[in-house]
Design a protein around this ligand. Structure first.
Ligand SMILES: Cc1ncc(C[n+]2csc(CCOP(=O)(O)OP(=O)(O)O)c2C)c(N)n1
Length: 681
């Protein structure tokens, strides 16, 4: 057992217990420097798992850093993908990559993505980040190993909160059923998850009895006692005829006094002062070249900035938000409108909110914050999006008004069949929040960026879909959907602060678009625009139309300004806050009156573009009229780690990209659409 030379089979290096302890300590230090440089990430869970990581990578696993795809290597799966930095440091300390490079963690195009991606970094076995999937991948790899007559082991690292995902238990059953003795599961039992103690959020213990009853061998260790860890890993390897799970009792935030057992340090990075204190406590102040590492991160970032800047479409001046002059806007995260409205309107006894262990950041916990009388209507379901969705259907069937939410990709994709059958087919009154949607979760990376949710949500019969453009519109939308709208409903919002471009007087009518027009100059950007219900708007024969949803509405407004000031073009911006049912009349009117329609969505191109396209091609009012169309959105690719506004540029969903497209289409409009002659063979 150890680091091996894959060509000779010789051991490259053996580590003593003391050396493993020291390595784990050093990795903790590098972890915190990388988190500090990134400005985000998961301190608590990476620190709790570091002793296990060191033992696994430097001692237990047979692998060769010079030959990462050696067919006989042991596989290591980081099912708890948010603990990615510990995996990266495990790889780095073993020699798969340089230790100092991990400091580019969570930055655009870095191999050290917010969650591990095997296509970006040699040594990472699989891509993870959506909790609960790793053990199933391990089952597949173990079955493949058996089919191929291989002897290597598959290690799978999981969290204890993660055990709440039903998929874990499907995989546990499969591994037991198939007697997969090539699987060694390890659970980092630090007893905390995001919303608090695991036992309070959703009890998972007794894990030993549960795994045993599924046909597993169970070992329990102190996850910070290197002797015990090494011993358990050795014993696990020797078990024949059944899979093994090692339950490792750990402390979240281990090694840094002010992080230990603190739920607040789950998804937080230390600032510079906290980093220095932490490194002093770890006895690493002199051993880690902090300044050098932070400089490395800074110069990597400077290169990212340079590349992004040079890739952006250019205009006569800088029109970016708050760039000065009349580009001033207030920004607030749209998600806040969700919590504010639940807090305000939650007295209705029918309202029941379901927690999915991400309650604070998506603001659903505002429903009961400071309101003990509502506590009984706050139901924590743990990390179990699929079951919670069907449970919400059950609540709705009994007359309740259930609300659930998570990252949009977990609340509107992972549980798609449950939404389809339990909620939509049954036509039940469930409000689903797709939070942190689009690129706004930035550094978390592609696994957490919902760029596909609207395809499925608007494709479901009976489902209504609303995508508010700012925090004020979100309040109006949530209040309407929660208490007035009957039937399945999906609301999508961003995490990052985005411009506020509406106010209390701006119309919001479910299913009806607004027209937004630039009317001149104002000290505050939004004040330069006039907004009306599309149904009340009189044609002004503008040059073009931009149909936008969500945070792309402010971008479309900014594009309208660029187009007016740099090119003299008049733009009709349509805010299609209700994607379903969509305001077909407003769209057809805009197409007829302007002859140019550009769609703008912070999503894979199509949720809006294809919907708009089908409306326009079906409309008899447009038969025979020239129409030029363009689509702004994500172009059939996954996202990346990076700051949200960097990703807006990288994924080409900014006002500048809309304006560039508009200029291109206007050139065609001016030339006149060439007559198409159909050649019939
Ligand atoms: C399917 C899914 N739902 C929600 C999340 C968001 N999330 C990331 S970490 C986490 C808590 C994990 O708790 P635990 O497994 O105990 O890990 P630890 O506390 O050790 O970090 C959650 C809910 C996710 N990544 N995947």
């Amino acid at each position: 057992m150890a680091l091996k030379d894959s060509t000779t089979g010789n051991v490259i290096r053996n580590y003593s217990i003391e050396q493993l302890r020291d390595a784990a300590n050093l990795m903790r230090g590098y972890d915190l420097v990388a988190l500090c440089a990134a400005g985000s990430g998961h301190a608590g869970g990476t620190l709790s798992v570091m002793d296990i990581t060191a033992a696994l990578y430097l001692h237990a696993a047979n692998h060769d850093p010079r030959n990462p795809s050696w067919p006989d290597r042991d596989r290591i799966i980081w099912s708890a993908g948010h603990k990615a930095p510990s995996l990266y440091l495990g790889l780095a300390i073993t020699g798969f990559c340089p230790m100092d490079e991990v400091v580019t963690l969570r930055k655009l195009s870095s191999p050290f993505q917010g969650h591990p991606h095997w296509l970006k970094l040699p040594g990472v076995e699989v891509s993870t980040g959506s909790l609960g999937q790793g053990l199933s991948i391990a089952v597949g790899m173990a079955l493949a190993g058996r089919l191929d007559g291989k002897l290597h082991k598959i290690f799978c690292l999981m969290g204890d909160g993660e055990q709440q995902e039903g998929q874990i238990w499907e995989a546990a059953m499969e591994a037991g059923h198939f007697h997969l003795d090539n699987i060694i599961g390890i659970i980092d039992c630090n007893r905390l998850q995001i919303d608090g103690w695991v036992k309070d959020v959703m009890q998972v213990e007794p894990l030993d009895e549960k795994y045993r009853s599924f046909g597993w061998e169970v070992l329990r260790v102190d996850g910070h006692d290197m002797n015990q860890i090494v011993d358990a890993l050795q014993k696990a390897r020797a078990v024949v005829g059944k899979p093994v799970v090692i339950l490792a009792d750990t402390v979240k935030g281990k090694g840094v006094s002010f992080m230990e057992n603190q739920p607040g340090w789950h998804g937080k990075a230390p600032n510079r002062e906290e980093l220095d204190r932490a490194l002093t406590e770890l006895g690493l102040s002199e051993r880690i070249p902090v300044e050098q590492l932070l400089d490395k991160a800074k110069s990597y970032q400077a290169e990212v900035d340079r590349k992004l800047a040079s890739s952006m479409p250019r205009f006569s001046r800088d029109y970016w938000w708050n760039a000065g002059g009349t580009m001033k806007v207030k920004m607030e995260p749209i998600r806040k409108g969700f919590g504010q409205t639940l807090a305000e309107n939650g007295d209705d006894e029918r309202v029941v909110c379901l927690g999915l262990d991400i309650s604070g950041s998506i603001t659903i916990s505002d429903f009961y914050a400071g309101k003990p009388q509502r506590a009984r209507r706050w139901i924590s379901m743990g990390i179990a999006e699929q079951s919670a969705t069907s449970a919400a259907a059950g609540l709705a069937r009994e007359g309740k008004l259930p609300v659930l939410g998570s990252y949009a990709t977990f609340s509107a994709a992972r549980n798609l069949d449950q939404i389809r059958v339990s909620v939509c087919y049954a036509n039940l009154n469930v409000l689903i929040a797709g939070a942190h949607a689009g690129v706004s979760v930035g550094p978390d990376g592609a696994t957490h960026q919902a760029l596909e949710d609207l395809f499925a949500m608007q494709g479901l019969p009976n489902m209504s879909v609303v995508v508010p453009c700012d925090v004020v519109e979100a309040r109006k939308a949530v209040s309407y959907l929660l208490l007035e709208h009957i039937g399945p409903k999906y609301i999508r919002f961003a995490r990052e602060a985005t411009p506020i471009v509406t106010d209390e007087t701006t119309p919001f009518v479910f299913g009806r678009a607004n027209v937004i027009r630039l009317r001149g100059e104002a000290a505050n950007f939004a004040d330069a625009f006039e907004t009306r219900l599309a149904a009340d708007y009189k044609n002004e024969s503008e040059d073009l139309s931009i149909a936008a949803i969500g945070p792309m509405v402010p971008e479309a407004m900014r594009a309208a300004r660029i187009l007016k000031l740099d090119y003299g073009y008049e733009t009709r911006v349509l805010n299609l806050h209700t994607l379903k049912p969509i305001d077909a009349e407003a769209l057809v009117g805009a197409a007829r009156d302007t002859g140019v329609v550009i769609t703008a969505e912070e999503h894979q191109i199509g949720a809006l573009a294809w919907r708009v396209s089908s409306i326009l091609t079906e409309s008899q009012q447009l038969y025979g009229l020239p129409l030029i169309t363009g689509a702004i959105g994500v172009k059939d690719r996954f996202g990346d780690s990076g700051a949200p506004w960097e990703l807006v540029k990288e994924l080409e969903v900014s006002a500048e990209h809309i304006a560039q497209k508009a200029v291109e289409l206007m050139a065609i409009k001016k030339k006149g659409v060439p007559e198409v002659t159909l050649a019939i063979a």
